[in-house]
Design a protein around this ligand. Sequence first.
Ligand SMILES: C[C@H](O)[C@H](O)[C@H]1CNc2nc(N)[nH]c(=O)c2N1
Ligand SMILES: N[C@@H](Cc1ccccc1)C(=O)O
Ligand SMILES: [Fe+2]
Length: 296
Amino acid sequence: MAATPKRVEHQLTDKGYVPVYATGIVEQPWNDYSETDHAVWAQLFARQNELLVGRACDEFLANQRRMGMTAERIPKFSELNAALARTTGWEIIGVEGLLPELDFFEHLANRRFPVTWWIRTPEQLDYLSEPDLFHDLYGHVPLLMEPVFADYMAAYGRGGVKAHGIGPEALTNLTRLYWYTVEFGLIRQHGDLRIYGAGVLSSKTESIYSLESAAPHRIGFDLERVMRAQYRIDTFQKTYFVIDGFAELMAATEPDFTPIYARLAGRPPIPAGEVGEGDAVIQRGTGEGFAEGGDV
Ligand SMILES: C[C@H](O)[C@H](O)[C@H]1CNc2nc(N)[nH]c(=O)c2N1
Ligand SMILES: N[C@@H](Cc1ccccc1)C(=O)O
Ligand SMILES: [Fe+2]
């Protein structure tokens, strides 16, 4: 295992009270990865790729292949960056881990995606409390090759910088949008539901649960509804929002959010497990196994 990351401080983020690391960019220490590190990558990659055929959106596996990401070894950021530069102009930068929000937004706004340089240990294979290289690189990076989604991510970054200037409530609303699209979003494809959210794509159990469990609600995407939707950071999602395509997501988020933040300020959030009036319910969940509380 390469040298363990240095912890700087703890900060309350939407992932709860987590260590926030130095905001500096770190070179990927590719030569320091151990055989165990590469084996963890290989095992997670192979297991997810097998599971995601027929579950991930078409663009995910197609772009993973197109950028030459394989199970063999932990990919070199420099090699993936060559493919990204040729397509959408995104660049992977190595980081210690979670960044302060404004740093994160500014990177996205400049088409830089922060990827944690270290990978989880074999003991953490199925769950860890903070994003590691596998979540960031396997889960998030292939879709940065998809032009419309790549534009959405950059626009999101600009929106984050703007929301940071508006205030904490705006940030909370915007973070929910990230959560229910970039991390846990589902998309209609081939008359079925497919996964595009990185938090699901990088999780064996949630890849199955998000599409096949009767417990969660599945609701058609609506911008203000999503921005009111509280979520859970420590369990499977109680609700998934479904888009028809990346173009729909881009179009829905193009308008200036300032009046939307103002309108939302007066309205209560909607608990993660609740179906709101006017929801475009695709499938109403049974709520089975939903733990109470813990919504952010
Ligand atoms: C901004 C948003 O709330 C979110 O939690 C951010 C915070 N900082 C981050 N920092 C890194 N490196 N990666 C991330 O995904 C995030 N997420
Ligand atoms: N249009 C949003 C910015 C944004 C774009 C895309 C996704 C999310 C947010 C704003 O004005 O704040
Ligand atoms: Fe993520």
